[in-house]
Design a protein around this ligand. Structure first.
Ligand SMILES: [Cu+2]
Length: 146
């Protein structure tokens, strides 16, 4: 029993040890039948070491790829990012029109307001789990409505 509690404490402390703070984690609600969607979030490095984000997993998609939108005149293309570096004390914003996780081959239909577990994987082997909210209407023109 004691061992169980120690394990549990270590589990919940992991994101603190890793020095990673995830906020504003959202997944875009796509029209039914779309095979892919995108995930956005703010990742803060509260630790002492540079973080190198390499990928993510989520039970709702077969694959999650780190992408960057690149504007070439009127055209927007997406390029895979092999890793995303976050210096100590810095935050990186994954947002419409910029860096995002492409969630590919969705395994289930999403619903607005649904909470989806996600895990970020870092190059040093660290992992951070959190939940992202499914939100309708996230586009590159998205602004906050007050
Ligand atoms: Cu993409």
């Amino acid at each position: 029993m004691r061992r169980f509690f120690i394990g549990l404490i270590l589990f919940f402390c992991l994101p603190v040890i890793a020095g990673i703070e995830i906020t504003d984690a959202n997944i875009r609600l796509m029209p039914p039948g779309m095979p892919n969607t995108v995930a956005y979030m703010v990742i803060k490095n509260t630790g002492q070491d540079t973080l190198r984000l390499v990928s993510a997993t989520t039970p709702i998609a077969a694959m999650a790829e780190l992408h960057q939108s690149v504007f070439q005149g009127e055209m927007v293309t997406m390029q895979p990012l092999s890793e995303l570096t976050i210096a100590p004390g810095k935050s990186v914003v994954l947002a419409p029109g910029g860096i995002h996780f492409m969630l590919m081959q969705l395994t289930s239909a999403l619903q607005e307001g649904q909470s989806v577990p996600m895990t970020l994987l870092f190059k040093n082997g660290e992992q951070v789990s959190f939940s992202a909210n499914v939100v309708a209407g996230l586009t590159s023109q998205h602004t906050h409505h007050h």
